[in-house]
Ligand binder design. Sequence first.
Ligand SMILES: [Zn+2]
Length: 145
Amino acid sequence: MPTVKVFTLFKCSICGLIFDNEQGALECEEQGEYRPEFSVGDFVTTDTDDYGRFGWFDGDSDWVMKKPRGLHSDKQSFSLIYVVTAVEPRNHMAIYHLGTKAMTRKSGYRFGWTIFNSHYNLYAVDLTIALDQDGLLGVKTDQLI
Ligand SMILES: [Zn+2]
């Protein structure tokens, strides 16, 4: 006669992860609901530093904020402007897919995704002119930005 055992599992009601202990599931839920801070069509940048992340770009200069490179150089650095092309929930967080026309497809860097606190955070860019977003909105990528 076989013997059977009963296992009790606990499920996070937000993301659906299964735990073998109640504490794990409760801690998962305490991370809170998926609440995106940005929406598709918002303009953002990945840095607010004095110097930009890029030393070059090969696309549309309207999608670039020019910044100094450093105290001892007269060269420029660049912060790219991105538009949020798609937002997806992942567990308790939002994955932001971004696109920019500052970079061409040939060089890469045109699309990428990020997730807050484990990769680049995003900061709103206040634009007085609307940039041409043709071909960007709706695109999802598996490249990290
Ligand atoms: Zn969860």
